[in-house]
Design a protein around this ligand. Sequence first.
Ligand code: NAP
Length: 440
Amino acid sequence: MATPPEPTRIGLAGLAVMGQNLALNIAEKGFPISVYNRTTSKVDETVERAKQEGNLPVYGFHDPESFVKSIRKPRVIIMLVKAGAPVDQTIKTLSAYMEKGDCIIDGGNEWYENTERREKAVAELGLLYLGMGVSGGEEGARNGPSLMPGGSFEAYKYIEDILLKVAAQVPDSGPCVTYIGKGGSGNFVKMVHNGIEYGDMQLIAEAYDVLKSVGKLSNEELKNWTVQQAADLSIAAPTIAASLDSRFLSGLKEERVKAAEVFKSGGFGDILADQEVDKEKLVDDVRRALYAAKICSYAQGMNLIRAKSIEKGWGLQLGELARIWKGGCIIRAIFLDRIKKAYDRNPDLANLLVDPEFAKEIIERQSAWRRVVCLAINSGISVPGMSSSLAYFDTYRRARVPANLVQAQRDYFGAHTYERVDMEGSFHTEWFKIAKQSKI
Ligand code: NAP
């Protein structure tokens, strides 16, 4: 293995898809990098790729000690290994050779509490720690990911120059990286970001299903439509939970095939009503429905992040998050600019839905959104993302919801007490007695 002429700027351990590509990206931006992997063949593979892709300054090591010692002090090492126990094992292996003031960065999809635990543990050795969400898969890692580093600000400052160059670059918005906040905030934000991505994909799939199954659009018509959609809005999002439930149901292929047979023999087709639809109008309605559902989906994701930020005192800047997701991610939508502007207008915005611009857009689209959901339901096409987004909107926009009856039932069954809107205090009613008396 070639040895570097002088200590390298940074190290990277874990050379599977993400690590290998991120290492090459870093080297290409002019930062000599040392690389290491538990299975040494991946080290050789990475060094060979670096040679093939333009003699990039990538230096491979087969043992952890010489790997760590090859890096300039204070050392910074990015880990890209499987989340969970492999991260703990890699920290143990590397920290044996690291010194006070050195820094470890976990670039994997780690549960944020694990990051917080490790940050405290390595602090006892005098080491700094960052949990950094990396979005964009193989392509992003190689050519420009969205980076979400959280944890030690001092550690972030060590490598800010590298991250600013390695991240996706978006004209007018800058590099897709910012210091997210303390503790496990980088991992938490990446987790919600992944949920939003699933939501986007689910909603697009639902729109496709409605247009193809109910609207009878041909593949060619759909493809035009999709391109136009991508250009107009980029992509759309439904509610995150609905997209996950749909994934679970989609996994039950054999059961669904059998269920389809059961209902077919009962005289039930795949599509319930073969109705005539105006294709052009349907396409327009679906576009509007997607956009409205997407606003709800992002509102939910942003609120999740905001709630955690308040709970943990992370002080996260929601507008900045929208900015760094513009490149490197699946969700790189023009729409993200509007989200950033909404938070610029009001950093304490309770919900994107009540931002004046988004509220106006929702109001303009809501009848189309309702038409699409009704049409889908009447046709037996499930649109869990679009319909749960609509339910979210309809619940959020009403000052009074029927939670009073839920609370009354809890009081009836478990004496949990309830509050009243007309007077202060906590109340309990002996509902059973009242019911008996009213019968008499
Ligand atoms: P991966 O398949 O998640 O992990 C493979 C890497 O982990 C290999 O380098 C492997 O080393 C190492 N590893 C596994 N167990 C180990 C152990 N006990 N001790 C030391 N090393 C161990 O790799 P990946 O797909 O490149 O992802 C890396 C991280 O980035 C993960 O957290 C992943 O969730 C996240 N991520 C992935 C993507 C993606 O598109 N793939 C996108 C964003 C984020 P060996 O070669 O020795 O087995």
